[in-house]
Design a protein around this ligand. Structure first.
Ligand code: AMP
Ligand code: ZN
Length: 449
């Protein structure tokens, strides 16, 4: 298709802007991953599923996609859990990383280019903190090392937080050790029983805001990616602080586009979160539901808006997944029964507006209108036994669904199944209804009809 003009809403510029990658035909993306101290809840998967759509979209346009997300496996919450359960931090983090990976696989999230862990990036983090001290943008306050936010002229420009208001409302931690209330720890000295690391500036643990920047620098060999993403809650202070360090130390904005995904909420406004105790763990959700239902729920909402989780929303998605699976099933059978050597063609009248809707800052609700029209016309083509039209519509259906990433698991129609189907048709023609009913239920059981 013709060159696609991609527009993304960039939090830093506060508007939709043209996407121009750092390297032609390549896109580098980093989104912040979870702290692995507990089972992840369904809200935690809104960013990974959304960025999987981004991944698939760029792949479909022929980009080489380098999608990266981290695991925070060094953290006080992990240490506390390890103490509580009489285990090592490594045992705790490995267990929850494994669970997270299983969930991502079930949700059909494509493998990432790299999945760095804090525990495997300690040398680089320590060197980075030393560099910050050497450059004079960090200072020692008693035993800890703090970053000096006043070393960055435009501190606050990413999240657009009203810093004065924040300060006055004392929504940020104030200690007399800090030069400014916005300064944050790069390194905290400790002699507690938790895991700790040797550094020239003391035995301790790193601050959270440093790890992502160091991992980006390590994985991509420079402190700059095309797109940096995460949930809305990460804009401030996490992303503001990541960017501030990168500006102060490397004079690099860390990302050319900052994309933030809205919350999954319980009811109209309540963020799903462990601290509010209103979470549904993904493992429990997937025990009772097809992963496609969750994926469709996430895709159907506009990614920057809050998305309300409700039983009704799940029921609607369930019906829609069934609708997509049914058309896939019916068209597979129809095409197998009428097999020819012809290759399907990509139908631009559906594919292009679908892609163009996604290119408009991932307007999935719009894109799905074109997909739904295609589904309707594919049904129609099968009903009117228009083989060629069905072949092209099905080909286009598959191409679009490669981007949506729904599994829509169906059986492959092999000779044995075709044979069964022919017997069923014959029984029907012979008016042998007992046999045709029996064969039909066998085909249904096999997931063919
Ligand atoms: P946390 O468990 O708070 O460290 O969050 C890990 C990731 O999940 C971060 O990118 C958060 O922004 C994201 N996240 C947490 N809760 C939600 C939610 N209710 N909706 C969407 N994203 C969330
Ligand atoms: Zn991060």
């Amino acid at each position: 298709m013709n060159k696609v003009n991609i527009k993304l809403y960039d939090t830093k510029s506060g508007k939709k802007i043209d996407f121009v990658p750092l390297n032609e035909n390549e896109v580098t993306i980093y989104y912040c991953g979870p702290t692995v101290y507990d089972y992840p809840h369904i809200g935690n998967f809104r960013p990974p599923v959304f960025f999987d759509l981004v991944h698939r979209f760029f792949l479909a346009l022929g980009y080489n996609v380098k999608m990266v997300s981290n695991y925070t496996d060094i953290d006080d919450k992990i240490i506390n859990k390890a103490i509580k359960e009489n285990k090592t931090e490594k045992e705790i983090s490995s267990f929850y990383i494994k669970n997270n990976e299983e969930m991502l696989e079930k949700l059909n999230v494509l493998p990432l280019y790299n999945r760095p862990k804090v525990s495997e990036t300690m040398d680089e983090i320590i060197s980075f903190v030393q560099l910050a001290l050497d450059k004079g943008v960090a200072y020692k306050a008693k035993d800890d090392i703090y970053f000096s936010t006043s070393s960055v002229k435009d501190y606050g420009s990413l999240s657009k937080m009203n810093l004065e208001e924040l300060n006055a409302g004392s929504r940020i931690e104030v200690t007399d050790l800090k030069h400014s209330p916005f300064d944050f720890a790069l390194w905290k000295k400790t002699n507690d029983e938790g895991i700790k690391f040797d550094a020239p500036f003391g035995v301790g643990r790193p601050g959270w805001h440093t790890e992502c920047l160091v991992m980006i620098n390590k994985v991509f060999n420079k402190p700059l990616v095309d797109i940096h993403g995460g949930g809305f809650d990460l804009k401030f202070p996490h992303h503001e602080n990541e960017r501030a360090q990168s500006m102060a130390i490397y004079s690099s904005p860390l990302a050319n586009y900052w994309m933030h995904v809205g919350f999954l909420t319980m009811g109209e406004s309540e963020k799903m979160s462990k601290s509010l105790g209103n979470v549904i763990y993904m493992k429990d959700f997937l025990n009772n539901n097809d992963p496609d239902i969750f994926r469709l729920l996430i895709l159907k909402g506009y990614y920057r808006s809050p998305l309300v989780y409700s039983e009704e929303a799940i029921e609607t998605c369930k019906r829609e997944v069934e609708k997509y699976r049914n058309i896939k099933k019916t068209s597979n059978l129809f095409l197998a029964l009428n097999k020819s050597d012809k290759q399907g063609q990509l139908l631009k009248e559906y594919y292009e507006p679908f892609i163009n809707s996604l290119a408009d800052d991932f307007n999935v609700p719009n894109a799905l209108l074109h997909f739904d029209l295609l589904v309707k016309n594919l049904n129609q083509a099968i009903r009117s036994k228009n083989y060629e039209s069905a072949l092209n519509l099905k080909f286009t259906f598959d191409k679009i669904n490669d981007i949506l990433g729904l599994k829509l698991a169906t059986v492959d129609i092999d000779d044995e199944i075709l044979n069964l189907y022919h017997q069923y048709e014959k029984a029907r023609l012979d008016k042998n209804y007992a046999l045709s009913d029996e064969l039909r239920s066998e085909l249904v059981k096999k997931g063919v009809m």
